[in-house]
Design a binder for this molecule. Structure first.
Ligand code: GLU
Length: 547
């Protein structure tokens, strides 16, 4: 049996040969600087904040260079596949407005000319390349059983040798074709391993765009390329895919750095030009003084669904991720407070090669700023969408009192210095409950300086009888000053400060009474706006209990 026949014997027939596949995935016609990037998750259905970061960066660089960012699903490890895993990833990323130019669009569908984008649908392709390697004596069948592998591992641990199948542990790398065929005919199981041409003591240099030059020992592990189930390993599949799909920049988490010697070697052995590498630093968290990666198991904020559930606008999260991505973005945002991240050109040179601390306070602060600059209608729509999914009581109120609600959201908004208090829509009830009679459950009324019940009653009834006026802010305030004078308080702060003993209190004490009796809160946004929106009857209704 010659090697070609041997390869066919091991792998079986493939629909196309490697050369045919090469011809089926021609170079892309893009401009010279265009980047082809990809996001390549396993279909676990879970999107980690770090994955959002990676996919966001990958899609930004493709956009910025008029390139392509595609979604490839790496499902060759069937144990990691969950039901609706692909669609959940697509949905979660779409919630952050991340859409791919090419690749999977649902559980089974895709668009683009470089598919399939689901690795399990590409089995024939990987086999064609594996056959080629076997033919060239660069890959071989390995018959090591689970037990033998365990034994080798145990031995390596005992003598503190490197773990893996290499050198003398690669028992089958030089088995003759005849002996291999005889074993297979006798029913022995096998997998396909790379016959690594590497020498561990040789050094290789790999360039990473963020980290610069890195030195590694060459890979000498005979890694598995085709598993017992006929599917490839991640290492093998990704090299073939990035080659055929013409990825120019592999942008991924830095947990893959240690695999670089294997990846570079695979690209070489397969005769491919290696892509450029961009390994992103992880998002870290301080936990009891210890800095560690954000963990799916320990941290609610690790899941991107968290931001959706909390009602943190996706755009604010992306603005925050931009500050993590590029150290100069924050200064840019300060200088361009209404700026869109789309207007900022990300650069690799401003990316950090060490992990960044994930700062929730900063994110919420960015969110506050962002929400404060939205129009009343935008905030209303967002609040409505959020409550539709997460708070039916609020949803009903926002729907029933639409115009009123829009006006409520407009208090101290759509102006030069808008009020910044709402950071997430899950806080919305806390923010506006007292504006809806249905939600109004008064707090302890803290009237501050004026506490006498009779005095409070007098202030409220005199106000309602003689001075209520919400025509415009100036007359509203003038009237409160008149009320202040009439009741023997100081309507002018200067006057009051000059001689406090002459007065029972001042105009702000009076305003506090009007405010607290209405809302039960001592601090609210603009009282005039609140009173104007309430109208006389509703105000009287709230004041009644004190009059
Ligand atoms: N499928 C790999 C993962 O789940 C992708 C790694 C890569 O981007 O090369 O992280």
């Amino acid at each position: 049996m010659n090697r070609k026949e041997f390869a066919e014997f091991l792998i079986g027939k493939t629909e196309h040969t490697k050369d045919e596949y090469e011809a089926m995935y021609p170079e892309r016609t893009l401009s010279d600087n265009a980047m082809v990037t990809r996001f390549a998750p396993s279909p676990t259905g879970f999107v980690h904040i770090g994955s959002l970061f990676t996919s966001f960066i990958a899609s930004r660089f493709a956009k910025q260079t008029n390139g392509v960012c595609y979604l490839r699903i790496e499902d060759t490890d069937q144990k990691r596949t969950v039901e609706n895993g692909v669609s959940n990833i697509i949905r979660d990323l779409a919630n952050f407005n991340i859409h791919f130019d090419e690749g999977m669009t649902s559980e089974n569908e895709s668009n683009g000319n470089y598919g399939p984008y689901l690795q399990s649908k590409r089995e024939d392709i990987y086999k064609a390349y594996a056959k080629d390697l076997i033919e060239k004596d660069l890959a071989y069948p390995c018959f090591l059983s689970e037990e033998e592998m365990e034994e080798i591992r145990g031995m390596q641990e005992d003598i503190k040798a490197r773990i893996g199948i290499y050198g003398k542990y690669a028992k089958y790398r030089n088995l003759s074709v005849e002996d291999a065929v005889a074993k297979i005919e006798a029913g022995e199981k096998y997998i396909i391993r790379l016959k690594s041409p590497g020498e561990f003591n040789n050094k290789i240099i790999v360039d990473d765009i963020i980290r610069g030059r890195m030195e590694f020992n060459e890979n000498d592990l005979d890694i598995v390329i085709i598993k017992g189930d006929g599917l490839p390993t991640y290492h093998f599949a990704h090299a073939i895919d990035d080659h055929l799909m013409h990825t120019t920049h592999v942008i991924r988490g830095d947990e893959w750095i240690s695999s670089l010697p294997i990846h570079i070697q695979l690209f070489n052995v397969l005769g491919f030009k290696a892509p450029k590498y961009v390994h992103l630093s992880p998002l870290m968290k301080k936990d009891n003084g210890v800095v560690r990666k954000i963990s799916k198991r320990k941290d609610a904020e690790a899941a991107v669904s968290y931001y959706h559930e909390e009602g943190i606008p996706y755009y604010a999260v992306l603005l925050y991720l931009m500050t993590v991505a590029n150290s100069n973005f924050e200064a840019w945002l300060d200088a361009n407070p209404t700026g869109k991240y789309e207007d900022f050109a990300l650069t690799f040179s401003k990316m950090s090669s060490s992990g960044s601390l994930f700062d929730m306070d900063k994110l919420l602060n960015i969110s506050k700023n962002y929400i404060s600059r939205l129009s009343k209608n935008e905030v209303y729509d967002m609040a409505l969408n959020y409550s539709k999914e997460y708070d039916s009581e609020l949803y009903e109120l926002l729907t029933k009192y639409k115009d009123y609600s829009i006006d409520v959201f407009n208090i101290e908004r759509e102006q030069k210095k808008p009020r910044k208090d709402l950071a997430k829509f899950s806080d919305i009830k806390e923010y506006l409950w007292y504006m809806y009679d249905e939600l109004y459950k008064p707090l302890n009324y803290e009237f501050m300086n004026i506490t006498d019940e009779k005095e409070i009653s007098k202030i409220l009834s005199t106000y309602m009888e003689k001075y209520y006026n919400v025509d415009d802010k100036e007359s509203w305030f003038n009237n409160i000053k008149l009320l202040t004078d009439e009741l023997g308080y100081a309507s002018d702060m200067k006057e009051y400060k000059a001689n406090p003993n002459n007065y029972k209190g001042n105009v702000s004490d009076i305003a506090t009474v009007l405010r607290v009796a209405l809302t039960s809160k001592s601090q609210t946004p603009d009282l005039y706006e609140i009173m104007r929106l309430f109208g006389k009857d509703r105000i009287l209704n709230r004041y009644k209990k004190f009059m």
